[in-house]
Design a protein. Sequence first.
Length: 247
Amino acid sequence: MSDFKKDILEILFPSDFKCVCCGEEISNEDFLICENCYKKLPWINGKVCEVCGELIKSESKLCMQCKSKLPYFKKCVSLFKYEEPISSLIKNFKYNNATYLQKTLATFILKSFLKLNEKVDVVIPVPLHYNRFKHRGFNQSEEICYYLKSLLNLSVNTNAVVRKIDTQTQTELNRKQRCENLKDAFVVVDKNAIKNKTVLLVDDVYTTGSTLNEVAKTLIKAKVKNVFAITIAHNTIETNLLEEFKK
Ligand SMILES: [Zn+2]
Ligand SMILES: [Zn+2]
C-alpha cells in the first residue's frame, strides 16, 4: 500500500495501536511491539558471567570484574544488550514522558525475573532522589515492576530504602568515578521490612553495576539475607571486553 493511501486510511480509521519500533499496526494494545520486531530485539543469548550477567567470551564462569571483586548482589540478570531499539524505548520512557511504554517495559522486567528463576520475598525498585522524582514525576524502576506486582503478586517496597544524596548524572563518569559518586548515597529507613529477607532489586539499565552494587551493599549491611537484581538491558559489554584486552 502506498504511503498516501496509508495516510488516508489513517485519517478515516485511526488505529491507536502501532508497533513502537516499526509503526506497523498491531492488535496487542498492551505490548506495542509487533512479532517481527520482537524477534529482532537485541536479546542476550551468548555466554554470560554467572554473577553480573556480562557477556563473556572466555571459558571462565565469571567476567574479569567479578573475578577481581564480587558484587554485593548474588546474581543479576538482564534480557537485552543496551542497543537500539531497546535503548530508545527506555530513554523515551524515562525522559520523554512516553508512559504508554510502561507495560512493554514491565513485560521485559517480568521476563528478566523468570530468567533469574529465584525465589524472592520483596521487590525494591532502585530509588531516585526526591528532587529527581519531583522533576520527572515518577520513578521508572518503580513503574516497570507493574507485572511483578499485579501478575505475580510480589510485594514491592518503595519506602524501605531512600536515596539521600542527589548524585550527579552518572552518564559521563567511568566506573571508578561512579563508585565514588555513589558512596553512601542510599540509606535503609525501614530495617524491619527487609531484615532476613531475600530482596530483588529492579532497575532499567545495568551500566557498570555500581548503582545496583551500592544499593545491595546498603541492604546487606542492614541484615538483608540475599540480594538478586534484574534489569531490562545491560550496557557494559564493550567496556568490559576492552578492559580485559588492556590487562
Ligand atoms: Zn514492528
Ligand atoms: Zn561479572
